[in-house]
Design a protein around this ligand. Sequence first.
Ligand code: ZN
Length: 102
Amino acid sequence: MLMPHCPSCSSSLPLREVFEGGGIVCPLCHSELEPLAWLSFISVILVMLAVQAGAHVAQGSGLNFPAQLVIGGIAGVVVGGVAYVFLIRYRVKAGKGTVLKL
Ligand SMILES: [Zn+2]
């Protein structure tokens, strides 16, 4: 339900292709799709916040710097993966000559 969907035919998109990033082709209706840029941007911000938060918690627990980096990295990967799957939305790729961009 919260998974990425094709805006053209509403079928679920294969996660493997979603994680490869960039544009994908819907397996059902073969529309060329591209992720909305601002959602990718928000995902990146969330990852950075998660890394900071993870490192901060590790620091508060008295762990040394390498451990803080590891925990921050894990937090970033987990949040990034979740954010990507739940936030990312696609639109049908605009044909050539279209000026509208978002
Ligand atoms: Zn489709």
